[in-house]
Design a protein around this ligand. Sequence first.
Ligand code: FAD
Length: 443
Amino acid sequence: MSIQRPGAVPLNVGVLGGGALGLAVAYRLGQAGARVTVLEKDAEVGGLASSFEVGGAHLEKFYHHLFRSDTTITHLIQELGLGDKLVWLKPTTANLIKGKIYKMDPVRMLTHPILPLADRLRFFLGMAYLKLDPNYQRFEGQTAEEWIKRWMGQRVYEIVWRPLLESKFGEHYQKIAMPWLWSRVYCRSLALGYLRGGFYQLYTRLYERVCALGGDVQTSQTVERIEAMADGRVRVLVNGQSREFDRVICTLPTRLFMKLAVGLPEDYRRRYDWGDYHGAHCVVLSLKRPLTDVYWLSINDPGFPFLVLVEHANYVPVSDYGGERLVYLGNYLPMSDRRFSMSDQEILDWFLPYLAKINPAFDRSWVKRSWVFQAPFAQPIVTVDYHEHIPPHETPIPGLYLANMFQVYPQDRGQNYSIAMGFRVAEHVLKDPISFKVKVGQV
Ligand SMILES: Cc1cc2nc3c(=O)[nH]c(=O)nc-3n(C[C@H](O)[C@H](O)[C@H](O)COP(=O)(O)OP(=O)(O)OC[C@H]3O[C@@H](n4cnc5c(N)ncnc54)[C@H](O)[C@@H]3O)c2cc1C
């Protein structure tokens, strides 16, 4: 589909945010002939999936992998000529329970002494049911806690699920929607996909393609205000300067969009300016020695200052990073948590002694280098009523569309879903008859 009509100038589209979603929408619109400008606050593109340099390579600031069900991003990786770098590996995942590491795939769970046999069977059958049932609507209206306690039992809930829910959602863990948990099981695969050389390459390639199609990707551009213009266009205030577009697609989080957009009706705000979210906090360590033999270790023991340990070196060969053994210590937290305002040194002083509880041989001298990353708006809190408060892509301001990862449901947000949404919204904008009103009038 093309939006260029004989004699008409291309539609001038502003895309706010240069993460996976913004770049995906800009790429498809550019392919259809629109003149696209991406405005990104940070100095580089990629958003939550952006990277930093280490060992002559690029690593994501926050741990990232794909599932087999992530088909849109997989196809895009092929389309952009990066298919030979995508590998599917089966790294070990495990839970730390009462100071011991338990490998945690459903079959292994059947033999775990941590639960009585009857509970292990209930866990296994519950997982099998969720894995086989494609209809998440049947779980609508139920919390994950209710469903798990009823079908897998109280002990399975306390030992396996409650720590996972608490680590993602903190104090909200009892209100989480069962469809969200269904998606965590249904969409998951044992094989995890990684782009050798980093997802950085995907976003760099998208950036280059958008530019090659005549688009413009501008970084260090903070959107401060969005408003309707009398002639049907949309004005965006960026770094104090006014920019005008025929159409604008905002990929910023809904709560931020509500702050920036002027003139939204009160009933719209009441319904959609809603919900909580957590920020992400991640320490990355380069270690001299292996800490564990697992990739993903969920911390089910109380008192730890981090909730997951992701030993990237047990997933992707250290040779990809000039020999650096990289480990993440991750958290999702309310933005008011003190970890977001502590210095890197304070964080290390607090976190590092806990590594000896995982591997008693650990010593601080193992740490060669460290980094601390944080991001607000990293994890929506998907409560039972969440789906009723997801705004549509069309907003009350004509020509202004909202598309962001907070509209992903019931799946957990992920690069795949942002990219798929970006493609869908580009198609919608191209089909939307009002897309032509301004241009047709001008010809
Ligand atoms: C800890 C963690 C682990 C994750 N693990 C995985 C994983 O394993 N696999 C996976 O697929 N996904 C994972 N994700 C999720 C994935 O990173 C996101 O779903 C995806 O990157 C979202 O892309 P997006 O473009 O929708 O949003 P974002 O990446 O948030 O993009 C929004 C962009 O808008 C920009 N912006 C914000 N405010 C302004 C402003 N005022 N003006 C201009 N620009 C602005 C931001 O800088 C950002 O670049 C993880 C995320 C986190 C935090």
